[in-house]
Ligand binder design. Structure first.
Ligand SMILES: [Zn+2]
Length: 96
């Protein structure tokens, strides 16, 4: 059995994904001109996820944020990256 099949790596979850998607949904309402097709939204998500620190955990375990100050800083980091991502994709969309 291959190593990768011996363990359930699908249970690794990057919490950044969930937070980034929620933040994109929140912010795009402020950009009525923004194209919200699948290509553009996924492009924004990829841009943001390549810039924020990942937050992997094993999905069976609960999310642990011991330090609320650190969590607030992380949410601000995501907030800013989403803002940048929307501007980047809106001025340079992946399609005509
Ligand atoms: Zn589009």
């Amino acid at each position: 059995m291959a190593f990768k099949d011996r363990y359930d790596f699908d249970s690794l979850v990057n919490e950044a994904e969930e937070l980034v998607v929620a933040e994109i949904e929140k912010q795009i309402s402020g950009y009525p001109e923004l194209c919200t097709c699948s290509e553009c939204i996924l492009d924004i998500a990829a841009y943001v996820l390549n810039r924020v620190r990942p937050r992997y955990r094993v999905s069976l375990l609960d999310a642990i944020y011991v330090d609320t100050e650190e969590r607030d800083a992380y949410l601000r980091e995501i907030d800013q990256a989403v803002h940048d991502g929307i501007l980047k994709v809106s001025t340079n969309p992946p399609h005509d």
